[in-house]
Design a protein. Structure first.
Length: 625
């Protein structure tokens, strides 16, 4: 690596550490200050921070690979997460969550189900879920950043012990970056996380614009069209996914055939089914929810969530699209000629392009930008996960009376523990894709049903929530274990057949099992006290099946209005998903020079923005806390 690139990276790391440590003194005033920034940070800083946290390097590497292989319609693969839960949060969930005025997602559960035995059971299962999710995401980042750094940087950091490999080079790189990020995150809490993420966001935008500009200038239309087909750039799809590669690139069609998405219509249908329920279920108890709870008011919570969508997708897809264009021209022929083409080859497209096809200076900026992407997402999880350990477990059940200084010290210890467990899990991860599937199937799959019902059904109680979450997570984890051990089962056996089903197609079964646990747990136990439900409805004001609660509340207080916004919220969500999709497609069509589609997408973006201005933004301006 050229000394210029090394200098750029060193300056970035020094600047990030300096900013994070300099601002950390503001986090020593208590748990609210440490985990939520004292609810004093302006919404646009939190929006930039939230967008920065979602710009992770492992996810970016995965998106580069699927865009390269599947073409423009690959953006629908992200509906597995689903990415448009951000739209649902922006339209109505941010306001619902922020009105609770608490610190964590599991503490929020107590406002819904009460602080009795059933409420505490539901509270505990959410706290455990949040901690496990944070550990899983840290493992995900550990796997991704290690692979990325090993290919980019020239130094071999392999550690040998008794003539055997003790730590591989990618593991040592990951440990080094994680150590540097952990320093300022643990010291400064939310203040340091937001300050450094705003800085990192700026670096990522510069990196995205520069790589897109470089790809646009150095790659010609003829070179791109020589590799991709009309179908590759077509966003429309049929029930069957036919590979778009032709001629000497046919090997990529064979790889597509092995990935389990040939029934593309069914896959999209399942993603939409899962996405709808997962989005209404709300954000998982992680950094996204912490940003909402950190805002100064309900109105700013909605603004922050909308701003996150606006600042995230175009810069991110300028970077992804720029890398893919360079990969299509320079790497595709070499990869297609390989006899051992696999999913792992897609995961290293991003670092290989930067390492081999990007000039001096730009390479350093890109690496700094992707390091920023990693560090911002990692720091967000290191800040959010310990909040559940300290506030929801340690403080609530073990030491309810202690000084702020004691709780801050406990937060430091909890942060270190989560990082260490995540790193240990990362050592045993097979690939970025395996952890992605675990997160999207086992974790998110088991989370959806109970968290969907908590918003819309007044009779749903704490035991229903506990057993719904437990049943969903159990069956989803069982499915994940079967999937990861499919080679151990005898062909033709029922275990073998089940293990061959892609995770996304198992979601309805996971959802039904979780719903069954939710309904049985609810109907076989007493309802949550009416006083708790009345207070919850009065604060949050959700729509759904709240008739008995609304009637009881209305007798006491005639000023409480019934929420009748379901239809308008759902229509806004549909418009919002189209709006979000246009921000993904716009950079891609620009970079592959498909100008007719680019102008059409730009028109869609403008129209949906205007619609949301009148149907959402003007409504948010009238919010009262």
């Amino acid at each position: 690596m050229n000394i210029i690139d090394v200098a750029i990276i060193a300056i970035y790391i020094a600047l990030t550490l300096g900013v994070g440590i300099w601002i950390s003194k503001r986090a020593s005033q208590g748990l609210d200050s440490y985990f939520l920034g004292g609810k004093s940070i302006k919404w646009y800083y939190l929006g930039l921070s939230n967008g920065s946290g979602m710009f992770d390097v492992s996810g970016t590497a995965w998106m580069v690979g699927i865009l390269f292989l599947y073409g423009v319609k690959s953006f629908m693969f992200m509906w597995m997460w689903p990415i448009w839960n951000q739209i649902f949060i922006m339209i109505f969930l941010a306001a619902w969550i922020r009105r609770s005025n608490i610190m964590t997602g599991s503490e929020w559960i107590l406002t819904r189900f009460g602080d009795d035995k059933s409420g505490r059971a539901s509270h505990l299962v959410v706290a455990i879920f949040a901690i496990v999710a944070s550990i899983g995401f840290i493992a995900y980042f550990f796997e991704g950043v290690g692979k990325f750094m090993t290919i980019i940087l020239p130094w071999d950091l392999t550690l040998m012990l008794n003539d055997a490999v003790f730590l591989t080079s990618d593991q040592n790189y990951a440990l080094l970056i994680i150590f540097l990020t952990t320093i300022y995150t643990i010291k400064g809490g939310m203040f340091s996380v937001v300050a450094t993420e705003v800085l990192q966001y700026g670096i990522m935008v510069i990196a995205g614009v520069l790589i897109a500009g470089y790809a646009f200038i150095t790659v010609t239309d003829v070179q791109i069209n020589h590799v991709i087909s009309t179908e590759w750039s077509n966003v429309l799809f049929s029930s069957q996914l036919e590979g778009s590669w032709t001629g000497k690139f046919e090997a990529f069609n064979n790889l597509i055939d092995t990935q389990g998405y040939k029934m593309f219509g069914a896959f999209i249908g399942m993603s939409l089914f899962k996405g709808f329920f997962a989005s209404i279920a709300g954000p998982t108890p992680s950094y996204d929810m912490q940003r909402i709870l950190s805002t100064r008011s309900v109105k700013e919570a909605a603004y922050m969530s909308g701003f996150t969508n606006l600042v995230l997708f175009i810069p991110r897809y300028l970077l992804i699209g720029g890398v893919v264009v360079l990969a299509l021209v320079h790497l595709a022929p070499e990869m297609a000629a390989s006899n051992t083409l696999s999913l792992a080859d897609l995961e290293i497209i991003l670092p290989k392009v930067i390492n081999e096809y990007v000039p001096v200076g730009l390479k350093g900026l890109l690496l700094a930008g992707l390091l920023a992407a990693f560090m911002s997402t990692f720091s967000a999880f290191v800040n959010s996960g310990p909040a559940y350990i300290v506030n929801d477990i340690y403080k609530k059940y073990f030491k309810p009376e202690a000084t702020d200084k004691h709780y801050i010290k406990a937060s430091h210890i909890a942060s270190f523990a989560i990082v260490i467990l995540g790193v240990i899990m990362g050592f045993f991860a097979g690939s970025i894709n395996s952890i992605t599937l675990w997160i999207t199937s086992a974790l998110y799959g088991g989370y959806v049903a109970a968290n969907f019902l908590k918003w819309i059904w007044w009779r749903f109680n704490g035991w229903g929530y506990f057993w719904g979450m437990t049943a969903g997570l159990f069956i989803a984890t069982l499915q994940f274990l079967l999937d990861n051990n499919k080679g151990s089962f005898e062909p033709g056996s029922w275990l073998y057949e089940v293990s061959q089903i892609p995770a996304i197609y198992m979601f309805p079964f996971i959802f039904i099992v979780s719903l069954l646990g939710s309904f049985l747990g609810t109907l076989l136990t007493p309802a949550t006290s009416m006083e708790t439900l009345k207070e919850f409805y009065k604060n949050v004001r959700p729509w759904g099946f709240w008739g008995p609660v609304y009637k009881a509340l209305h007798k006491d207080d005639n000023t409480v209005d019934k929420n009748t916004d379901f239809v308008s919220d759902m229509l806004n969500c549909v418009v919002g998903v189209v709006w979000q999709s246009s921000m993904i497609l716009l950079p891609i069509y620009f970079l592959i020079r498909d100008y007719p589609k680019m102008w059409l997408v730009l028109l869609v973006f403008i129209i949906t923005t205007v619609i949301l201005k009148f149907t959402w933004f003007d409504k948010v301006k009238k919010y009262k806390d």
